[in-house]
Design a protein around this ligand. Structure first.
Ligand code: SAH
Length: 548
């Protein structure tokens, strides 16, 4: 630490980088400072408002020389709303930063220096989302509102419009709110646990235009529901399905596990990579349809299928990736933990006349271990895990099944890099890395990675595999914060706080307890977990096989 640097003093700072959370980064005499609402290339006067040992947080007092990448943010909520990260710089600059972020994650966290191919940008940067989840609550005046959460907070910024979403979503949101106000249907109150409506969740099939309207509510007994259905379906003929989702928990998870269709179909349809898909409210579906096609085509290109392969699609969701290549494989096996998604995958296979596909509802680690045990020898495995990455059990099973080719699709460069490094230890080389931007203006980016065996094991004869008669028993796993702390202390000699554990869990896409999820104020200047401790906590999460 440089002793000369003092809190509340002002410094001139050149911003040279940016985090995926939207903070510009610069150095004062070797000391790292994060500054919200700045961009690489900015030069300005910054007040150091928070000083930790290795880094601090600054407030931009005067922008002396703006970055050439700066553009005027075209959304009144930018900087307040937690959705967009990059609305103050051009899309070209955003793509450069995302590509660097992926390169940095692979080299820094994974020690992987394979060349990263140019990022594939999205043609559409506005209105591309096919899904919206509006929190519903009351404002200070007690009026019913819906909109977006402010950055790292549960304060609702009322808004029906979002540049990332189609206009019809805003119109439906306004109509739902009007109905709630007229009939005095209470929104849920997070602090008291009283009230009913928590979220309005909308989803639209890009090609079909079909819309699913889902009300997430603390109870399924919602007054005037028949009238609600009549009004909504009359006004919005694209609505094909109205669903209630029950969520009575006191945590941050948006959707509960139980859905009841109250009008229309249980699913909506779409077409992706030429495959007709049906989607339940709880099934995962990429939010940017044209870019999802780009992503899946890249994954299929990496898989290099010729028609003779056994393809294992782990974390398959509604089966979308695997089914897009089912006509180029001998056998497709998909594994996914959400039962509704597996139901969709089976129906999707049927609907598309795919006869060589089997789908298994199970934890990917459990299933992979069992399939390896039963002697499955796939030629290609696709790994498309959630943000927390793949479990050690999956890595071990992959080693046992020893496919020639692995394709990893990941929405989290940090865990992708970590997992690729582990797979490299099992004899896989990282051959190609392509970032694909599915989420323009936000801090997120997808990455596709091709891994293959250094030496091809030709001894293994890959035969068709029967999934019948295998007993797949699921079990839940987890670890308390104390267990994680004890493990990290014992194995790495490091003391970690609950805050750090929650930061790493959040980074990995894991749900965290309400107390740890958010800073007490909306001020985001909370200490950030140092890299060394982050790696140790990730190791602990893997050790305890913490799953969603
Ligand atoms: N490949 C799919 C889904 C990818 S998202 C697609 O592209 O549409 C990741 C998926 O992993 C989600 O469907 C999620 O439900 C599933 N998932 C999360 N944890 C899992 C686990 N432990 N085992 C199996 N599937 C899991």
């Amino acid at each position: 630490m440089n002793q000369k640097i003092e809190k509340n003093e002002e410094y001139r700072l050149q911003i040279t980088g940016m985090t995926s959370e939207g903070n510009g980064v610069g150095k004062i005499d070797g000391y790292t400072v994060f500054v919200p609402n700045t961009a690489p290339g900015d030069y300005g006067r910054v007040r150091l408002v928070k000083k930790n040992k290795h880094y601090g947080y600054g407030k931009l007092m005067e922008l002396i020389q703006p970055s050439p990448d700066r553009v005027e943010p075209d959304c009144p909520y930018f900087g307040v709303c937690g959705g967009c990260t990059y609305r103050h710089i051009s899309y070209e600059a955003e793509l450069r930063l995302k590509e660097d972020l992926v390169r940095d994650a692979f080299s820094r966290l994974g020690g992987i220096f394979t060349e990263v191919s140019p990022i594939v940008g999205s043609k559409r940067t506005e209105g591309y989302r096919n899904k919206a989840q509006y929190p519903v609550g009351r404002n200070k005046e007690g009026e019913i509102v819906a909109g977006f959460y402010a950055k790292r907070s549960h304060r609702i910024i009322p808004s029906a419009e979002c540049a990332l979403q189609p206009a019809v979503f805003g119109e439906i949101q306004a109509a739902v709110l009007d109905f709630m106000r007229e009939k005095q249907i209470p929104p849920y109150d997070e602090t008291t646990g009283e009230g009913l409506i928590r979220h309005l969740y909308l989803r639209r099939g890009e090609v079909t235009g079909e819309i699913m309207l889902c009300l997430v509510a603390a109870s399924l007994e919602i007054p005037h529901i028949k009238e609600f259905v009549c009004q909504m379906t009359e006004r919005f003929p694209a609505i094909q399905s109205i669903v209630l989702n029950e969520n009575s928990s006191r945590d941050n998870v948006i959707l509960g596990k139980y859905c009841r269709t109250i009008w229309g179909r249980d699913t909506i349809r779409d077409i992706l990579c030429g495959v007709e898909v049906e989607l339940s409210p709880l099934s995962f579906y990429q939010v940017n349809h044209p870019q999802a096609e780009v992503l899946y085509r890249k994954a299929m290109e990496y898989a290099g299928l010729t028609g003779t392969e056994i393809l294992l699609d782990l974390y398959c969701g509604a089966g979308t990736i695997g089914l897009s290549g089912a006509d180029r494989v001998r056998q497709l096996i998909g594994v996914e933990v959400i039962p509704e998604a597996i139901e969709n995958a089976k129906r999707n296979a049927e609907r598309n006349g795919t006869k060589n596909a089997r789908f298994l509802c199970a934890d990917a680690g459990e299933a992979a271990a069992l399939l390896a045990e039963e002697g499955l020898l796939p030629d290609v495995i696709i790994l498309d895990p959630p943000r927390k990455g793949v479990d050690q059990q999956v890595i071990d099973a992959v080693e046992k099944m020893s496919p020639e080719c692995l394709v990893m699709v990941s929405c989290n460069p940090a865990t992708a890099a970590r997992d690729c490094a582990l797979l490299r230890e099992k004899g896989y080389e990282i051959r190609a890395i392509t970032p694909v931007d599915l989420f323009p203006r936000t801090g997120h980016v997808e990455t596709v990675v091709l891994l293959s065996k250094g030496e091809i094991d030709s001894q293994k004869v890959r035969v068709e595999f029967s999934l019948e008669d295998i007993d797949m028993s699921e079990f839940k796993k987890g670890a308390t914060y104390s267990e994680i702390k004890a493990y990290v202390l014992e194995k790495f000699g490091l003391k970690v706080s609950s805050l750090y554990i929650s930061q790493v869990k959040r980074k990995c896409g894991l749900e965290v307890g309400q107390n740890y999820n958010l800073p007490k104020s909306e001020n985001q200047r909370v200490p950030q977990c140092p890299l060394e401790k982050e790696k140790a906590i990730m190791d602990a999460l893997r050790h305890f096989k913490v799953t969603l």
